[in-house]
Write a protein that binds this ligand. Structure first.
Ligand code: G1P
Length: 305
């Protein structure tokens, strides 16, 4: 289909975000047996706080977190301690939260039955209405050391292009494609590019590229119509990737934005990447980072002997 045949898409500002945080965290048991993986600390803060800070910093105004059974600690975290106000609450007193009334900008809804990522996103539809919105997976931290943060670049590209969906992607090794949604680029794959297809968790033979969906998206509200039309996919769950695929089939433009070379996606969904995230954040901690760095050097030297 030619660009001129693409369906028209509105270019409204993007002010809302949906954070799916209802997954069970089975790969992190027993750490997640009775607590949400989104509450696992990565250095000083739980994962979910990094995600919320990332979105507010990118200019989003209203956030809904999709929670579920045994996820109540997430809501408790963003409350004030009894008797505290924002100025004295030690964890929420940073610049991102100062002056922001979370009662009016941070919401929660429960997914009462596990039915997949697309179903979790659909739980945000009443909150989102007909507006475009960001989806940021609650178990993944995006670290942008310099320059414009990823979500902001996604929104800018989405609006400039008039896409129906704009997806963050990063290259992965061939043996890794089976863990991700993999996109089929239309032509070139520099910076920002258009795709013609997307497949959830393909085998290396099926994978149309090595560009994996990297946990941040911008959607027009039409994605909800697509989610309502798809059936169960990989793992018997409603897959967001399948809803995006339906968008493409219906002729809507879908684009990708690559992570910058120095940008890091920390997936707090398995122990290897969780440990890496913790170590990196501990090393970046202005107060204790140097001490941890010195300690790690001694440990590594000793264990290499
Ligand atoms: C989900 C998505 C997948 C995406 C991945 C990382 O998979 O279904 O398309 O590539 O997140 O963003 P999960 O990690 O939940 O298996």
């Amino acid at each position: 289909m030619h660009a001129s045949e693409h369906r028209n898409v509105q270019h409204a500002p993007v002010t809302k975000a949906v954070i799916p945080a209802a997954g069970r965290g089975t790969r992190l048991r027993p750490a997640t047996k009775s607590q949400p993986k989104e509450m696992l600390p990565v250095g000083r803060k739980p994962t979910i706080q990094y995600v919320v800070e990332e979105l507010f910093t990118a200019g989003l105004e209203d956030i809904i977190i999709i929670t579920g059974w045994y996820k109540r600690a997430i809501e408790d975290h963003f409350d004030l301690n009894h008797g505290a106000d924002l100025e004295t609450e030690p964890f929420l007193s940073n610049d991102v939260f100062r002056g922001r009334d979370l009662n009016r900008h941070l919401f929660y809804v429960r997914q009462r039955r596990q039915a997949g990522l697309a179903d979790a996103v659909l739980h945000g539809s009443a909150f989102v209405g007909k507006e475009p919105f960001v989806v940021a997976l609650g178990d993944t931290i995006i670290y942008t050391p310099q320059g414009v943060p990823l979500v902001k670049r996604l929104i800018e590209a989405h609006r400039a292009i008039g896409a129906a969906a704009t997806i963050a992607v990063e290259p992965v090794r061939p043996e890794e494609v089976k863990k991700y949604g993999i996109v089929a680029p239309k032509a070139e794959t520099e910076g920002v590019f258009e795709i013609v297809d997307i497949i959830e968790k393909p085998s290396p033979q099926e994978a149309p590229s090595h560009f994996a969906v990297a946990s941040r998206y911008v959607f027009e509200a039409v994605i909800f119509d697509m989610i309502r039309r798809i059936g169960p996919g990989v793992g018997g769950e409603l897959q967001l990737t399948d809803a995006i695929r339906l968008l493409l089939r219906e002729g809507y433009p879908v684009w990708c934005v690559r992570l910058a070379p120095d940008e890091i996606r920390y997936d707090i969904g398995n122990f290897v990447t969780y440990y890496r995230a913790f170590i990196d954040m501990a090393l970046r901690d202005p107060e204790v980072g140097p001490k941890i760095g010195a300690y790690l050097r001694t440990v590594v030297t000793t264990s290499e002997r």
